[in-house]
Design a protein around this ligand. Structure first.
Ligand code: PEP
Ligand code: CO
Length: 451
């Protein structure tokens, strides 16, 4: 087999790069990218190596992944309450999942860099006027004016700074014992005290606390690690200028690292094996993900493996399948077979959000909770029947009380969607729907491990 051509952080420039903004001022873009590449990194190579090891364990069925966060982070949401609420819901869900999975859960936030969005059209037309589509806060702004929609390279720096602020706050909270199981009140969410799920959750946390105290009394030591919880970061590696500006070598470790995030992934629209995004991901040492939709081909699977994981090293490649509740039964078995035929050792994660988007009669983008859970449930069953294992879930969620997805035991109906619909892009599960989903998944996992 011919060896692949030389890779460099910008070798992607020789391939077709989809979904890149069209900046009117190229010199300004080059200046912003140069400034970005001179700033300190957000994450370190040893954290990346640690995540890769943990993902390898997840691929072997020994850990479960909870990947979650906004569809698109917004600059206005870089605020302490928002960040703590996202952290709270992720910690709570992960505790529920730990109890269900009876194994460690890896928490990966879609945050600190999830600012660039792929769009189905380059332009948006309103009342006969066409403007560039909104591509996320790191590119342009959602208001429908020429000024707001013109891609602005300075936003790359503003985004990187916000990613740094977000991550700094998350690291401080986590280090300060935010997720200490001795103090579940730190990560409690006060406005849902009325929810029946909150009662179930509190009962569970009490049981964990009691077991912890019992263990500590018996052993006479304070249980370690319960006051330190790891969070990793992930975002779609969409804006290749942004990604490659922070792609570096580090002392003492071979290879190149994307130091803007632990876990970059290629989105559905930019996963062509011959395209620029796969070329970029090919050369970095980070664990990488690829979103897979129902229209994949076996040839495509073979080429992803060849480009991204030629050594078939567990932990390197995660396939995040997002087929939709109606198509997963047909598509997932074919995908699993295609990966096996190539000797792939991938980690399997189910994204039950992006194949289940619908538009209501009044034109609002939403998702139905029942479809979301149905896709996850089918994913567990299909992997098990084919003697494999679902290694995690990828969820669009928020710690806020938004009304974007319909359903769940106390969730909004279509009529309620207007009450608190915030997302500029995809609809997210709200706090209560997220926790409910975690309980359902935990129950499913418990039933799977029963003899
Ligand atoms: C997303 O994760 O927000 C997204 C756009 O997903 P996909 O690439 O799977 O459509
Ligand atoms: Co989305």
């Amino acid at each position: 087999m011919p060896s692949p051509p030389q890779w460099a952080p910008d070798s992607w420039r020789s391939r077709p790069a989809l979904q890149q903004p069209d900046y009117p001022d190229h010199a300004a873009l080059e200046r912003a990218l140069a400034a970005l590449s001179a700033l300190p990194p957000l994450v370190t190579s040893w954290e990346i190596a640690m995540l890769r090891e943990q993902l390898a364990e997840a691929a072997a069925g020994k850990r479960f992944i909870l990947q979650g966060g906004d569809c698109a982070e917004r600059f206005v949401d870089c605020r302490p309450e928002r960040i703590t609420n996202t952290l709270k819901v992720m910690v709570q869900m992960s505790l529920v999942l730990v109890v269900g999975a009876k194994q460690p859960v890896i928490r990966i936030g879609r945050f600190a860099g999830q600012y660039a969005k792929p769009r189905s059209a380059d332009e948006e037309a309103r009342h006969g006027v066409g403007l560039p589509s909104y591509r996320g806060d790191i590119v342009n702004r959602p208001e429908f004016t020429v000024e707001a929609r013109t891609p602005d390279p300075e936003l790359l720096l503003r985004g990187y700074e916000r990613a740094a602020l977000t991550l700094n706050f998350i690291r401080a909270l986590v280090k300060g014992g935010f997720a200490d199981l001795h103090h579940p009140e730190y990560f409690d969410v006060d406005w849902v005290a009325e929810s029946p799920l909150a009662h179930e959750y509190h009962r569970m946390v009490e049981t964990i606390g009691e077991s912890l105290r019992f263990m500590e009394n018996v052993l006479g030591v304070r249980a370690g690690e319960t006051d330190r919880i790891d969070f990793f970061t992930a975002h779609e590696a969409l804006h290749l200028g942004y990604e490659s500006a922070q792609t570096r070598r580090v002392p003492g470790r071979p290879g190149w690292f994307n130091l803007s995030t632990h876990f970059p992934w290629a989105g559905l629209r930019t996963s062509d094996p011959a395209g620029a995004h796969i070329e970029y991901l090919r050369g970095i040492e980070n664990p990488v993900g690829v979103k897979v939709g129902p229209d994949f081909t076996c040839e495509c699977v073979a080429r992803w493996l060849e480009a991204l994981d030629p050594g078939r090293v567990p932990g390197r490649l995660t396939l995040i399948h997002r087929f939709g509740a109606r198509r997963i039964a047909d598509a997932l078995p074919r995908l699993i077979e295609a990966v096996r035929a190539e000797g792939g050792q991938v980690l399997w994660v189910c994204d039950p959000m992006h194949g289940n988007t619908q538009v209501t009669a009044s034109g609002v983008k939403t998702r139905n909770f029942a479809d979301i859970y149905s896709e996850v449930e089918q994913a567990f069953d299909i992997h098990r029947v084919l003697a494999g294992k679902l290694g995690g879930v990828h969820i669009e969620l928020t710690g806020e009380d938004v009304t974007e997805c319909v359903g769940g035991s106390r969730g909004p109906s279509e009529r309620d969607l207007a009450r608190a619909y915030e997302s500029e892009v995809d609809p997210r599960l709200n706090y209560e729907q997220s926790l409910e989903l975690a309980f359902l998944i935990a129950r499913k996992m418990k039933s799977e491990t029963k003899p």
